[in-house]
Design a protein. Structure first.
Length: 334
């Protein structure tokens, strides 16, 4: 499948999965009850980004306190390395990118309940007002930005397609979008060093999410080394301690990154594959995570935590790929 078709497929499936109309029915179904019992022995690692809806996020935390056992990164890493098993219905809360709302909205709600969490930070942005590159790209496309490196498309599909380019091509494409757009992207408030230390002081561990957030499998060897190890050094300086946990940007695993993470003493690495985890049975640098948003309804969150919604997601993705393959011209299948 070519990059444009793959991006459209991802966009279509994301829109389908965003529909929450059937979640109440799923929650009351026999399948939910069966999945919920089966999931009791697995770890649910929730992968948030920002906290766009604090009231719904607060309802999420209340659910976790009521029906699950929030655990710390340290306990998960211990289990991943053959130590004490985690209690039934364990949940680890994580955030990717280091959005400022993790400090302003998530931290007070987590601290009030004593729920530990992990925030995977992009240290190249700490202390700046630079926007996340994917937000900037979407803005530039909406304001007539163009690049010959990807086909013209809807802004969110363009961002998906940019992630399929090599890192060098992605940077060149972003430069072209900046040069042709009618309006630059507004600046974005990023976390400061003081805020990182406040997160850590109050139970939110800071982890490594690469220096600038490229897709590592699209990088050359030097870029992978720099993104992992320079980020590690920068975070050590910013927080006063070396990070032990890593989250792969976009969930894209890379064996070269594994080597650098092992070299730097990392004890855990997290995917973004919408699966329940079993830390004692997987590689410590490949722990599964569930995809969730602060806008996710509580009903849907329960079906995610049981594994039912992720199973339906994977089935839908397989069906969409089968349809896409069947619709390709014969010449492209040969």
């Amino acid at each position: 499948m070519n990059p444009a078709a793959a991006a459209k497929l991802g966009h279509w499936h994301a829109r389908l999965d965003a529909w929450q109309g059937g979640d109440t029915l799923l929650l009351r179904s026999p399948a939910q009850a069966w999945c919920d019992r089966r999931a009791a022995g697995r770890l649910a690692v929730l992968g948030y980004h920002g906290v766009e809806d604090p009231s719904t996020f607060e309802a999420h935390l209340d659910l976790l306190q009521r029906r699950f056992v929030p655990v710390s990164l340290e306990r998960v890493e211990e289990a991943a390395h053959g130590g004490w098993a985690l209690p039934a219905r364990s949940v680890l809360v994580t955030f990717d990118d280091g959005d400022h709302s993790v400090h302003t909205h998530a931290l007070p709600l987590l601290a009030a309940r004593g729920i530990p969490a992990v925030c995977f930070v992009i240290p190249g942005l700490v202390g700046t007002d630079a926007p996340f590159w994917w937000d900037e790209a979407e803005h530039l496309v909406r304001h007539s930005g163009t690049t010959h490196r990807v086909p013209p498309n809807q802004p969110d599909i363009t961002v998906h397609t940019l992630k399929l380019l090599s890192e060098r091509e992605r940077q060149l494409a972003l430069a072209e979008l900046r040069a042709t757009a009618t309006a630059p992207c507004s600046r974005q408030r990023q976390l400061t060093t003081a805020q990182l230390r406040e997160l850590e002081k109050n139970g939110v561990v800071v982890g490594n999410h690469t220096l600038t957030h490229p897709c590592l499998d699209r990088c050359d060897d030097d870029q992978v080394r720099r993104e992992v190890l320079e980020a590690h050094e920068r975070l050590t300086e910013l927080t006063g301690r070396p990070p032990t946990s890593f989250a792969y940007p976009n969930g894209n695993v890379d064996e070269r990154a594994h080597r650098f993470l092992t070299q730097a003493g990392y004890r855990s690495g997290f995917l973004y594959n919408h699966r329940l985890a079993d830390p004692g049975a997987c590689h410590p640098l490949r722990i599964d995570r569930l995809v969730v948003s602060s806008r996710t309804s509580v009903d849907r969150l329960e079906t995610i935590l049981s594994g039912l919604r992720p199973a339906l997601f994977r089935a839908g993705r397989r069906a969409a790929r089968a349809v896409a393959r069947a619709s390709q011209p014969l010449s492209s299948k040969s």
